[in-house]
Design a protein around this ligand. Sequence first.
Ligand code: SF4
Ligand code: SF4
Ligand code: SF4
Length: 192
Amino acid sequence: MILESSSLNFILAFAAVLLVCGVILSYLSKNAQQTNTEDDLVAKLNAALPGAQCAQCGYPGCEAYAKALAHGEVTCNKCIPGGPDTIEALASILGIEPPQDEDGDDYLFMPRTVAFIHKSPCTGCSRCARVCPVDAINGAIRQTHSVDPELCTGCGECVKTCPEECIEMIKLEPTPANFNWDIKSIRITGGK
Ligand code: SF4
Ligand code: SF4
Ligand code: SF4
């Protein structure tokens, strides 16, 4: 009888250990799945961003912005170099409607930020042109340089490099020349 009771206790203890192990394994597996899904989402969002690492979104780089988007900490209209196409792509990945401000679809007219070189202080040292990742700066050595706003992504690298401090980041006013005509759809809000 004593042997039977101790056997029963052993079986119960063994079952309890198995149960605890099962709960721990299930928790770890759920956690791993969640991490994978989150990593995939961050990777997709990051791939949809322009990769300029310019921090104009308020985050230190594209991946940091992608992580904040995946955690729902920020809206998807903060990447200035990306413009409307990137907003649409991010919204599609997140499965949400692109954000609208109080005035409706104003983000479609979001001005791009580009570098501008003030001519008179420029010595033509060409340091800015050497760091520009997209070859947007033109000019011969010892002659004033200029930025091609069509190519400039607004990364700001040239501003940090100029010894004369003659490069300024400016917002382009939306005009027919720089307006993004490649609009996929126009939403009509209000009315019936
Ligand atoms: S503004 Fe856009 S390109 Fe610049 S770091 Fe942020 S996400 Fe990247
Ligand atoms: S011109 Fe300056 S801000 Fe524009 S892409 Fe080149 S380095 Fe970046
Ligand atoms: S780094 Fe400054 S001074 Fe040198 S070429 Fe560029 S704008 Fe001119």
